[in-house]
Design a protein around this ligand. Structure first.
Ligand SMILES: *Cc1c(COP(=O)(O)O)cnc(C)c1O
Length: 374
């Protein structure tokens, strides 16, 4: 990999750097799929499912086309449908919510905690009704939700749990991996995720054999000719599976590097009074899919960084209840105070395993300058 000598810009992520570091292995993996013409499912997909289940420490992995389908299929497997309510967080990527509606159930949003951006479990408890069937915690930005508080709450009300782990590969709570607490957990391998394919891909994991069998059947049209049920078409490509299998052995080292970079940001920004660094809650490991700070004058800070060549992203500019897509729910303007306040202050800084210390230093210097100038 080429070392960057003088930094004058930093990309938000650089997938090409990761490819360069694995080029011959990835090229070989792709060639072998082409040689076998195993384009949809096939031996590479089966091998990936086995390795991913082993990596997470679960009995079953059902691969599918993307992380959004993974949530939809998990909800269907748990029998969620019209008349049911499903609680999830107000501030997440829309996949977590749109899939609830796709089943015919009603999306019920809860507010977030101000500094960790995670779902507020007290608000979850308040939103439970006799119609509630399921809760979808999102281990947002890579930090686990407090599963020690959530699981007893779910048990008390006889609710099912689907963990949305799209941003949290290998994160742990009290030493136990996310994805192993609930009934089912879902993963995305969208290229920019901590474990990313070179196209869309996703997976559903569970320790329940019956659920796993049903989900595998459902993802593949409910059968091959002898259809047991009407399903959907959500399958993983052989090429994506082969690429992911090359990357799995690197995930731990990449995660360590993310954590190291986050620590460097935390330390360097600790005395920059205009910047609130992301809260790291106790008893868990954060895998920093995103490093999200809070700043007043967010848009001015973002522009300032852009002028310095630093790419930033806002994840996410509107809490979901404030989006037009959910106006039909009729939530009042002040219903989600923390999520609504955060949407105007959050800013995601570049963080990716191949990022160099000099790039991080450049970003920190720019943030310090912004705090003097804005
Ligand atoms: C990326 C993501 C998804 C969906 O994944 P896709 O593979 O893009 O469909 C779901 N939930 C969260 C929180 C995500 O970040």
């Amino acid at each position: 990999m080429t070392r960057i000598e003088t930094v004058d810009s930093v990309p938000f992520n650089d997938l090409y750097r990761q490819y360069q570091s694995l080029k011959s292995e990835i090229d070989n993996a792709i060639s072998s799929v082409i040689a076998q013409s195993a384009f949809v499912r096939g031996s590479q997909v089966e091998q990936f499912e086995e390795s991913f289940a082993a990596l997470i420490g679960v009995k079953h992995c059902v691969s599918c086309a993307n992380g959004t389908d993974a949530i939809y299929v998990a909800l269907r497997a748990l029998g969620v449908g019209p008349g049911d309510e499903v609680i999830t967080t107000a501030h997440t990527w829309i996949s977590t919510a749109e899939t609830i509606s796709q089943t015919g159930a009603k999306v019920v949003f809860c507010d977030t905690q101000p500094d960790s951006f995670l779902m507020d479990l007290e608000d979850v408890a308040r939103k439970i009704t006799p119609k509630t069937k399921c809760i979808i915690p999102v281990h947002l930005f890579g930090q686990p939700v407090d599963m020690n508080a959530l699981m007893p709450l779910a048990k008390k009300h006889n609710l099912r749990i689907i963990e949305d782990c799209a941003q949290a590969h290998l994160a742990t709570f009290r030493g136990q991996q996310v994805g192993t607490f609930g009934d089912i957990a879902t993963y995305s391998f969208y290229p920019g995720k901590n474990l990313g394919a070179m196209g869309d891909a996703g997976a559903i994991v569970t320790n329940d054999s019956e659920l796993a069998d049903w989900m595998a059947l459902y993802c593949r049209h409910g059968g091959k000719g002898d259809h047991q049920l009407e399903g959907i078409n959500s399958r993983m490509d052989g090429i994506q599976a082969a690429i992911l299998s090359v990357k799995i052995p690197r995930l731990e080292a990449w995660t360590k590097r993310r954590v190291e970079l986050a620590k460097q940001y935390d330390d360097a920004l600790a005395d920059v009074s205009s910047v609130v660094t992301p809260a790291l809650l106790p008893e868990r490991s954060h895998v920093y899919h995103l490093y999200v700070i809070k700043v007043e004058n967010r848009d001015a800070v973002k522009d300032f960084l852009t002028k310095k060549g630093i790419a930033t992203v806002i994840n996410y500019p509107l809490a979901l209840p404030n989006c037009k897509a959910y106006a039909y729910l009729g939530n009042s303007a002040g219903a989600f105070p923390n999520a609504t306040e955060n949407q105007g202050k959050i800013l995601s800084l570049p963080i990716f395993p191949e990022m160099e210390d000099t790039e991080l230093d450049y970003i920190v210097d720019a943030l310090k300058a912004s705090s003097a100038e804005i």
